[in-house]
Write a protein that binds this ligand. Sequence first.
Ligand code: FMN
Length: 639
Amino acid sequence: MRLLEPVQLAAATARNRVLFGPHETNLGRRREVTGRHVAYYLARARGGAGTIVVETASVHPSDWPYERAPLASAAADGWAAVARACHDEGALVLASLGHAGSQGSSAYSQLPLWAPSRVPDVATREVPKSMEPEDIDAVVAGFAEATRLAVAAGCDGVEVNAGQHSLVRQFLSGLTNHRQDEYGADRLRFAREVLQAVRGDAAGAVVGLRLSCDELAPWAGITPDAAGQILAELSGYVDYVAVVRGSIYTVSATRPDSHTAPGFNLDLTRQVRAALPAGVAVVVQGSIVEVAMAEGAVAGGVADLVEMTRAQIADPDLVGKVQSGSPEQVRPCVLCNQTCQVRDGRNPVVSCIGEPSSGHETEDEPVAGTAALPQRVLVVGAGPAGLEAARVAALRGHRVRVVDRAPQPGGAVLAAAAGSGRDRLARLVEWLRAECVRLGVRLEVGAEAGDGDLAAHDGPVLLCTGSRDGRRDYAVDDGADVRTARAALTEPQALPPGPVVIWDPIGGPIGISLAELLAPQRSVTLVTQDLIVGTQLARSGDLADASTRLLQAGVVLHKRAKLRQVTATGVVVEDAYTGEKREIDAAVVVDAGQRLPEDTLWRTHPELPRAGDAVAPRTVYEAVLEGRRAALALDGGVS
Ligand SMILES: Cc1cc2nc3c(=O)[nH]c(=O)nc-3n(C[C@H](O)[C@H](O)[C@H](O)COP(=O)(O)O)c2cc1C
């Protein structure tokens, strides 16, 4: 397999061509690279990654883009610890160096943002300060000093960030560089000075460049052709180029979710590579989450290395599993962006819905290991909580039986996966099922476990019974047709003809993806009490794109409206602010609101442990996490 062959980067040799890209983790403290970072990267190095690029560190204190962003001058000890740990496992370690410029935040630094020109940031609306010559010199010197520190700390080299969130890109781009001086007349000048300084201080170590090669804003931004010209000038300073895309206007395009097809940068990378001299290696990335696609990119000459970032957040052992001939055992990244997208006000630690130990390596009990006392375990419910509980229990040597009354495993995830653009979610269920089968779990679907089964079972029982329909806090007239989102997603063809109203008091992916699913065929109105539809999608980065898709699909958005009554011919909604009432025609109403725990068995057996929606209906992440904890607790490990 070409993907597993070594590749030369300057004087260093990466043992294979799989790279773990730089990304925000929120594992930092006091702007340092911490022990939690070390454990996070070590898990990927141990799992076989060839090259690890550490989370971007700011090269100058004028840059503090998010609270837990590392600062190069505070990162040396952490870099050294990461390098030691990952080198012991055979991986290369590169330090990503950057400055977010106008895409940063003044909230932490309490200083004005630095940028080439006074172009307000699209997201924060903040007007930055146009950098003065001494500011420019200070940042260039910061890149040089950070390079010295990283190399002295034992890193194999550095990667300069000129990607989506970067000052270097802001200087290269006509969108953000309106300067009248020599840095505007020659927009490459700043990048050239940075790379010259970095190369000069790298002492023969690897120098990489992460470059936005298509800002998706052709009126003034970097286009693929322009990227070729930029690289023709700058490639002499670098050993590799990581091709990325996106600009201030298209943040979500940089690391989109499952609504964008995997491998979206393959053509761009092919084009950029053609403009590069042979000695410069090329890294392709962009939702490459399948080994076959990664192998195809290398074997097909698109790139020399493949960045698989989210794929290795989902499975730190991805490379090792491929090496040992079991690629089917790789836990899939389903491109949901639900818990690996961490740039939000809550400062969550990076994690994964399928692998909740990601980001929590120092705290979570390892799943691997053997139970001191193997037992017969009965798991009731084959949703994500039940399947993960069964998988982990079986892995640890228990004999496990899973019973679910539904005809197939998957629980609520199967319905969620039926939503528009969400079908990849089913891959996680399929993986859990396949792993259970491989580990000898007895899976009985279409079979209901009752009190009798529980009484007859000799061993621990875990209740992973999922959720049931939620409460309706609106009146339902005789003859009104109200269904749950779960039913509508599972059997959209069973909905009666005529206009559909979706009541979405949550603003998450369920109501939105259902509206998208139904809209091509019929009239759909989405009703929410919020001022913006899909508010919760901001966390996964899909909010703006979802609004675009809904409007383009012709979904009527009825905002700031509370559902009060469903009649035989429609709904009555009430303006959340003015109290004004209004009727909307509907042949059927779909309720995409909160659900309640399915706790029938638990009510008669309150002594039994529960996990996931059976405790409180939430997301796949909590279901998998709690299913895993329940299985580990069988050994007394976690309570
Ligand atoms: C949690 C997260 C945060 C990210 N933050 C950054 C960042 O700060 N700088 C950067 O250059 N790329 C960042 N990225 C982009 C990744 O480096 C990578 O290029 C991107 O995830 C695409 O690769 P993938 O599709 O294999 O995940 C981030 C990605 C993730 C998953």
